[in-house]
Design a protein around this ligand. Structure first.
Ligand SMILES: Cc1cc2nc3c(=O)[nH]c(=O)nc-3n(C[C@H](O)[C@H](O)[C@H](O)COP(=O)(O)O)c2cc1C
Length: 169
């Protein structure tokens, strides 16, 4: 017996995440798309994972190039998240400043952080592939993250959760 898809989706919507744009480059073509299925796996060696729908344009590009960069968005970059989550893939980079990182993937300007990766493992998981990557270069700056919760972009900069509240201290 499995949980219903509706119950599963409703539960997962209550897991708050950040938002990132995964970029890659293959055969002279750059591509990027919005993700929140991203996690740190280990610090030694520095390793992350992303879950990519097998139907996504990026899927064969990452599989072939063996390279990707995870660009972690700042709260003021909501418009970029929206742009890279749909529409015509070829115009997503129009007017967007970036440099090419050591993996060959675009590293977007103005993000909160990035991890530029070389693919190390691919795990097939039903409709998705889990791509594991070792981090060639990582960077960050001060700022606030773009959040995502219950299918809505959020500003999480509301204060720390570790301040004592009532009886909970
Ligand atoms: C907040 C948010 C998070 C997303 N996270 C993922 C993800 O982790 N993996 C994925 O494959 N698609 C994810 N998507 C969907 C892709 O961004 C969307 O399907 C996009 O159009 C990629 O496909 P394309 O490049 O083929 O257009 C997410 C979309 C949004 C709005």
């Amino acid at each position: 017996m499995l949980a219903s898809t509706d119950d599963f989706r409703a539960a997962m919507r209550r897991f708050a995440t950040g938002v990132a744009i995964v970029t890659t480059a293959h055969d002279g073509r750059i591509h990027g798309f919005t993700v929140n299925a991203f996690a740190s796996v280990s610090a030694e060696p520095p390793t992350v994972l992303i879950c990519v729908n097998r139907e996504a344009t990026a899927h064969p590009l990452i599989a072939r190039s063996q390279r990707f960069c995870v660009n972690i968005l700042a709260v003021e970059q909501r418009a970029l998240a929206e742009r890279f989550a749909g529409g015509e893939p070829r115009s997503r980079f129009d007017g967007v400043a970036y440099r090419i990182g050591p993996s060959g993937s675009p590293v977007l300007d103005g993000t909160l952080a990035f991890v530029d990766c070389a693919l190390t493992e691919e795990l097939t998981a039903s409709t998705h592939t889990i791509f594991l990557g070792q981090v060639l270069e990582a960077g960050h700056r001060e700022g606030e993250p773009l959040g995502y919760f219950d299918r809505t972009y959020r500003d999480f900069a509301l204060g720390r959760a570790d301040e004592p509240h009532g009886d909970g201290a």
